[in-house]
Unconditional design. Structure first.
Length: 58
């Protein structure tokens, strides 16, 4: 079963919650979003990105 990817329109709107608000890149294999600025990784659960700094891994 492939993971549910976030909708493309959602990916365009998402930005890192850190003050730099950099765009995020979706990694299909990891099913996670990676910040292009600080490289924090945010999980995606059932197509919903978990945009919590607490849940991010660096
Ligand atoms: Zn960031």
């Amino acid at each position: 079963m492939p993971a549910t990817a976030p909708k493309p329109v959602l990916l365009e709107l998402l930005r890192c919650p850190e003050p730099h608000h950099a765009p995020l890149a979706y990694d299909r294999e990891e099913n996670a979003l990676t910040c292009s600025e600080c490289a924090k990784v945010f999980r995606v659960e059932d197509g919903i990105p978990v945009m919590l700094l607490d849940g991010a891994t660096e």
